[in-house]
Design a protein around this ligand. Structure first.
Ligand SMILES: Cc1cc2nc3c(=O)[nH]c(=O)nc-3n(C[C@H](O)[C@H](O)[C@H](O)COP(=O)(O)OP(=O)(O)OC[C@H]3O[C@@H](n4cnc5c(N)ncnc54)[C@H](O)[C@@H]3O)c2cc1C
Length: 511
């Protein structure tokens, strides 16, 4: 069997994976970074708009804002580490190493402010911060370090032996091989592909969470799926086709950052009325879960919700968004139709702030990890930060152990005969089910229906994975496994808190 090895294997080329690979290489490790993406656009990190939050004068207010947004479910020690390492990590990697051109105002950085932040503390590059960071980061790893970056290389499963992880099965160009590693870092991003409307690219199929869970790692907080209130309402502008992140073929939804509301954008219902001031004292800048719920119900009641940008210098401040709106036939002056969309998974593989999971030699960082910093609801602009801080720390831990070649059953090469429509039909069914029953509002009946339907679907997918190997099939398996983890956690937790709403119970978190 074909086998390769390295001291450290990082799976994922978003901000968390890049930070882990950089730091592992700096610590002297021999590092391979495998990413299934062909382009930076196939990551959540690339699409980050608002920016990355850092500590300013008083770390206590930053800590308090994160904990308040997390609705009492954050781990205070994890938050403490995130806040105290925010500025050093950003200065070291983003400013000194990558020279990211954050916007300035005179000699100072131009710190932005988003919902539920009590001060302006967000570093940004226009409203396209991820696009300014990620291509630079990947290029730096490739050109300036000894990290081996393997693009279009998909991890299919982890290699385990006696409770430890020893690397992963990797697929590249249809060939499957084993990669043994002393330390394996999963940094595979989000789960948005399990929902009809998401801000994530199609490839966000929860691979790391599923692979880790199937290998026996603990997961936590999976019921806390954050829906962003303002994604383009594709139902009102035409097709909601693919979301592969290719702007030239852009028919899917996209995010209209909170920063637009921070600059004065307001939400109006189909009757032209502002509805947020009656619902929350912060109006359109209320916490995300509150705004998302209100947008969903006003959209249902009045047929549409629009983001009114008449008081915003929209073209000047958000040129990329203005361009994308016009490309989709939306004149921002008329108000931009918006609807909630799956945006971020607060849960994931249970990990400490060094990325350590419950399995030996397995680390997790970024959106696929649950470190406790986000609790039941993530504060805006803290996930790039979490990826950077935890990725950096995990990279340091994942070195120093030689790879061991353990026994692995012979992997099958990719099967080109997979019925072309099989994976896409099943993925459609999964998305419909998750959107209908496991969205903003959940009930025990709806969750039970979702569990039955997704279990049946998983059975059909498993029957195929026993005999065939293909990236699409494994992504589908991973999306169904991850969806079942969300359904199970949402069923077991009858308390509405943060971004988990159970409309059939009275149990409500109150701080
Ligand atoms: C539209 C949008 C706007 C956002 N805005 C902000 C913001 O302003 N500020 C902020 O802090 N956060 C923001 N977020 C959230 C933030 O971008 C993400 O949570 C964060 O970037 C996740 O980083 P990551 O490295 O964990 O994952 P990602 O950036 O998604 O990277 C995952 C990587 O793993 C690879 N991968 C996945 N599965 C496999 C596999 N099986 N084998 C090999 N490779 C695999 C992918 O190809 C990709 O390279 C936004 C998210 C979106 C979608």
């Amino acid at each position: 069997m074909n086998a390769t090895d390295s001291e450290t294997l990082v799976v994922g080329g978003g901000i968390a994976g890049c930070a882990a690979a950089l730091e592992a290489a700096r610590a002297g490790g021999d590092v391979v970074l495998a990413t299934k993406a062909a382009r930076p656009e196939e990551t959540n990190s690339y699409w980050a708009q608002g920016g990355i939050a850092v500590t300013r004068s008083d770390p206590e207010t930053f800590r308090a804002d994160i904990i308040e947004a997390g609705a009492g479910a954050c781990d205070p020690d994890a938050v403490e580490t995130l806040v105290s390492e925010a500025r050093p990590a950003v200065e070291d990697i983003l400013i000194e190493t990558l020279d990211v051109p954050f916007d300035t105002d005179g000699d100072e950085f131009d710190y932005g402010r988003e919902a539920a932040h009590s001060e302006s503390r967000i570093l940004h590059v226009d409203a396209a911060t991820g696009a300014a960071i990620l291509p630079r980061f990947l290029a730096y790893l490739d050109e300036e370090t000894d990290v081996t970056v393997r693009e279009e290389t998909t991890a299919l499963d982890l290699v385990t032996h006696e409770g430890r992880v020893h690397g992963a099965l990797l697929e590249q160009d249809g060939a499957v091989s084993v990669h043994f590693a002393g330390g394996t870092v999963l940094a595979t991003g989000g789960i948005g592909a399990a929902y009809d409307r998401t801000t994530n690219p199609d490839s966000a199929t929860g691979d790391g969470i599923a692979m880790g869970a199937l290998a026996g790692a603990d997961v936590a907080d999976m019921e806390y799926v954050q829906f962003h209130p303002t994604a383009l309402d594709t139902a009102l502008v035409g097709s909601d086709g693919d979301r592969d992140g290719d702007e030239s073929d852009d028919t899917g939804t996209f995010l209209l950052s909170e920063a637009v509301r921070g600059e004065g954008g307001v939400l109006r219902n189909g009757d032209g009325e502002r509805f947020m001031p009656e619902i929350h004292p912060d109006g359109s800048l209320a916490p995300r879960d509150v705004v998302a719920g209100a947008v969903a119900s006003e959209r249902e009641r009045t047929g549409a919700v629009r983001l009114d940008v008449s008081e915003v210098a929209f073209d000047a401040s958000f040129p990329g968004l203005a361009k994308r709106c016009r490309e989709r036939g939306v004149d921002p002056e008329d108000g931009i139709p918006v609807a909630p969309a799956e945006h971020f998974c607060c849960g994931g593989l249970a990990a400490d702030m060094d990325g350590r999971t419950s399995l030996g030699r397995l680390f997790a960082a970024g959106e696929c990890a649950r470190t406790g910093v986000h609790g039941a609801n993530r504060l805006a602009s803290t996930s790039l930060l979490e990826g950077l801080v935890v990725g950096r720390r995990a990279g340091r831990q994942a070195v120093g152990v030689e790879p061991e070649a353990v026994e692995v059953s012979e992997p099958r090469d990719s099967d080109p005969d997979l019925p072309a429509r099989f994976a896409s039909e099943k993925a459609d069914r999964l998305r419909r089910t998750m959107t209908e029953y496991v969205g903003l509002e959940r009930t025990s009946d709806g969750l039970a229906r979702a569990a039955t339907s997704i279990r049946r679907l998983k059975g059909e997918v498993d029957a195929y994975t026993r005999t065939r190997t293909s990236r699409e099939l494994y992504e589908l398996r991973n999306a169904t496994v991850t969806a079942l983890l969300v359904v199970r956690a949402a069923t077991e937790n009858d308390e509405s808190r943060g971004c988990h709403h159970r409309s059939d119970t009275e149990v409500q978190y109150a701080d």
